[in-house]
Design a protein around this ligand. Structure first.
Ligand SMILES: Nc1ncnc2c1ncn2[C@@H]1O[C@H](COP(=O)(O)OP(=O)(O)OP(=O)(O)O)[C@@H](O)[C@H]1O
Length: 803
């Protein structure tokens, strides 16, 4: 018993101790405090109280104070503080880990989305490639056919043929091949990117594993550190060997053990977390919560222990002070006794008797002196022991501090590593996102480009050309000839008109200058016209107000013929080129629609009304019973036929145009080709339509029959507009039957046909309203898509012959 008797605890300090919590579970239970006899701390405190009662008695025995306990306590306090700090750091690490997990989840989600987008893009591209490959294989089979000499489409060319396909078709195939190879390259690039993404994901996984093993290592270190502390405590316990101190140390050891267990629980949880990456976020969050709660509990417990220890420290300080006081008193007493002894020694014996008395008294004093010296020696030894212990504990403390510093350093390193990893991860994610966005954008742009090209190559949009009528001598005679329409020499697809004080610009497929010749206009549509030889249906119609030049463009004059004559001339020229390989039959019919009545302009009796019916052959094609279809033998022949038609066409004078044609004129040229080798047949139809004037009724100043004419014209043009509108909206029902005109044009305006509309406009200011209407109509038509042009070709023996 070294120091128990020296514990002096005041009533106040004792009651202060009552506020201490004894275990983790006693956070709120005040009633469990001092009264809980089973608690080690309660035992300790009750021991102290007992010690208060017997302190004087103990003091008399002169028991030495025990400063090592103080050091142990202080040492423990420091350790617990550090441990608590370490716990906080661990908590922060846990938070970082959860943040990392969230980021990782987000990144995975993002990668998943990107993959899905890529897969969709790839699927789209694959389907485009599939389409293209189909077209190529079709082209290639045709090419092979031509090269092997069997089933040539162009039998008029001598064999061997160096370039059996037209340059346009070859260019198309070349473009297609290039498109496919670029698409395939793109697909490969995307696949590479996907592979690299997978690699990155794997790399992230291994990094995460590494991080987890680092955490494990950290925990292992902490565990080791705790074990060291434990050993230290055992050693201290052995050194002190005091019963109450032992109790206290045992208690602290038990606490330490519980902390250790908590740590191992945390460690196990961390292991679980790292070994089950696919665990749901909710479970992880729950576990995080429970861990956080556990850490909080441990923190509270540690805080209480710290308070308890500080209380003990205070008590120890008091005890130490009292011991010092006692020691000082003993020293004073020894000194007093020594002085007294010296004084006695210094006295001369006055008489023999007195000397004897001194001799009698001297042994007692000497004994006292010896006793005092012995005690003094004991105290000195005890002091030297204490100093040794102190220095030993100081060394231990230094060692602990070093370990703690090492741990702190490790934690800092670990935190910075986490921060760095997080930054790297964020950078990586940003970089990946940027790369993916760029790739997706590029892919989208590329797809758009290809789609545009394909659309251009394979769809039969209605092409809209605009021809501006020059100001003629007639116009100048009529008065004001101010113009409001301007064209752009550098951009042949825009036309601008001044309307109500502001410029309105329209973008069409082609705008002809007023001075454009008939030849220039025809060149623009020549390839389309001749494509009907290969089995395509083509429709060219002129639209515009009265006097804007529709008839001029379609028919022209004898000296300067228009599209009709030039088209037939071009057809005959092309047929001539294919002579000997293909044989062709060209037939024409010419009708007019006047007041919704269909008449045959080539008939001997043009007043006879004709009806439009479905062909009884079951082909579903339209059929006009009684219509005269003339086989054209030569170009000269067609000239005569057209002249007959022109004569029969009803013309009436109006305010707007002295020789206005008030009807729609439809010239239909049917070209049937037969391959002389394979006997395959193609049928193409070329419809050339000169529409009646589109001016508004009020402006034409029409009355009576003229008013009825104008109304019918407007009605049929309105029906044409409705048909175009329906085609544009891709409606399943297109109202072709709403007028004779649209009904007749059904097989030329519908899906799979090639259509050109020449919008005729006047540049005169006086016609500004009509010009505006015509251009608006043209702009609407421009957006109509008829789908890929289809060709009418039949193998020999097929009964589905296009008539
Ligand atoms: N590009 C042009 N160059 C020279 N003269 C032209 C041109 N376009 C039209 N004209 C002349 O303008 C006049 C009216 O032209 P045209 O008869 O072709 O008009 P239109 O639109 O067919 O009229 P309508 O609807 O009444 O039949 C004619 O005398 C024609 O020669």
């Amino acid at each position: 018993m070294v120091y128990s008797s020296s514990l002096v605890v005041s009533a106040g300090s004792s009651s202060d101790s009552e506020g201490l919590c004894l275990s983790e579970e006693d956070d709120d239970g005040d009633e469990h405090l001092l009264g809980d006899a089973t608690s080690p701390l309660a035992e300790f405190l009750s021991f102290k109280q007992e010690a208060v009662g017997g302190r004087h008695k103990e003091a008399l025995h002169g028991k030495a104070m025990d400063s090592p306990l103080l050091s142990v306590m202080s040492h423990l306090l420091t350790f617990l503080e550090r441990y608590s700090h370490m716990q906080r750091l661990q908590q922060r690490a846990q938070e970082y880990r959860s943040q990392l997990r969230v980021l990782e989840t987000q990144r995975r989600k993002r990668i998943k989305e990107l993959r899905a987008t890529y897969r969709q893009k790839l699927r789209d591209k694959m389907s485009v490639i599939g389409n293209l490959e189909g077209v190529i294989s079709e082209q290639q089979s045709l090419l092979e056919k031509i090269q092997t000499g069997g089933g040539s489409l162009y039998p008029l060319y001598p064999v061997p043929v160096l370039s059996p396909l037209s340059p346009h078709a070859q260019g198309g195939i070349h473009q297609l091949v290039e498109s496919i190879s670029s698409l395939q390259q793109e697909r490969n690039t995307l696949l590479d990117e996907l592979a690299s993404l997978r690699q990155e994901v794997e790399q992230r996984g291994s990094e995460k594993q590494k991080l987890a093993s680092d955490f494990q290592q950290q925990i292992q270190d902490l565990k080791q550190s705790i074990e060291e502390r434990e050993d230290e405590l055992i050693r201290l316990r052995t050194e002190t060997g005091v019963t109450d101190s032992e109790k206290r140390i045992l208690h602290l050891t038990a606490e330490n053990e519980s902390l250790k267990q908590s740590l191992s629980v945390t460690q196990r949880l961390l292991q679980q977390l790292s070994s089950i990456p696919s665990q749901s976020n909710t479970a992880l969050i729950k576990e995080n919560e429970s861990l956080r709660t556990r850490v909080l509990q441990l923190e509270t417990s540690l805080h209480l222990r710290a308070e308890q220890l500080s209380q003990l420290e205070r008590e120890n300080e008091q005890t130490e002070w009292r011991k010092r006081e006692e020691l000082r008193r003993l020293d004073d007493r020894i000194q007093g006794l020594q002085l007294e002894l010296e004084k006695e020694k210094g006295k001369e014996p006055e008489i023999q008797y007195i000397s004897k008395t001194v001799e009698v008294e001297s042994p007692g004093t000497l004994r006292s002196l010896v006793k005092a010296e012995e005690r003094n020696k004991q105290f000195a030894e005890q002091l030297s022991d204490q100093s040794k212990r102190c220095s030993h504990l100081e060394e231990q403390l230094r060692g602990s501090e070093e370990i703690a510093a090492g741990l702190r350093h490790k934690i800092v390193e670990y935190e910075s590593e986490i921060g760095k990893l997080r930054e790297d991860l964020l950078k990586e994610i940003t970089h990946l996102e940027a790369t993916k966005d760029e790739a997706v954008k590029e892919a989208a742009e590329c797809s758009e480009q290809h789609l545009d090209q394909l659309r251009e190559q394979f769809t039969g949009n209605i092409r809209v050309l605009c021809r501006v009528k020059p100001v003629t001598a007639e116009d100048q005679q009529e008065g004001s000839h101010a113009t409001v329409v301007t064209t752009d020499l550098d951009n042949d697809s825009v036309v601008t008109m001044l309307h109500k004080g502001r410029d309105r610009t329209f973008e069409l497929d082609k705008v002809f200058q007023p001075q454009a010749t008939q030849e220039e206009v025809f060149q623009e549509i020549e390839s389309l016209v001749t494509s009907c030889i290969d089995g395509y249906n083509v429709c060219i119609f002129a639209y515009g107000q009265t006097g804007s030049g529709k008839t001029y463009t379609m028919e022209g004059s004898v000296e300067n013929p228009g599209i009709n004559q030039r088209a037939l001339k071009a057809l005959f020229s092309e047929i001539e080129d294919r002579k000997g390989i293909w044989s062709y039959l060209i037939t024409v019919s010419l009708v007019e629609i006047y007041n919704e009545v269909l008449r045959d302009l080539l008939s001997k009796d043009p007043s006879e009304k004709l009806e439009i019916k479905i062909n009884p052959d079951g082909s579903g094609q339209l059929h006009v019973p009684g219509l005269r279809v003339i086989e054209v033998k030569s170009f000269q022949h067609i000239k005569k036929i057209l002249a007959l038609g022109r004569r029969n066409r009803i013309t009436h004078g109006t305010k707007m145009n002295q020789h206005s044609s008030r009807s729609h004129a439809l010239l239909t040229i049917t070209v049937t080709g037969t391959d002389l080798t394979s006997e395959a047949r193609t049928t193409g139809k070329l419809n050339l339509v000169d529409l009646a004037g589109s001016e508004r009724v009020w402006k034409s100043g029409a009355e009576g029959d003229r008013l009825k004419e104008a109304q019918n014209i407007n009605r049929s043009l309105l029906a044409l507009g409705d048909v175009i509108q329906a085609l544009r909206a891709k409606q399943t029902h297109v109202p072709f039957r709403n007028s004779r005109l649209t009904y007749l044009l059904q097989d030329s305006l519908g899906k799979g046909n090639k259509t050109v509309m020449v919008v005729q406009i006047s540049s005169l200011e006086s016609n500004v309203g009509e010009t505006m209407c015509s251009l608006k109509f043209a702009q609407r038509v421009c957006k109509v898509e008829l789908g890929p042009a289809s060709r009418k070709i039949e193998s020999p023996g097929s009964s589905d012959f296009f008539s």
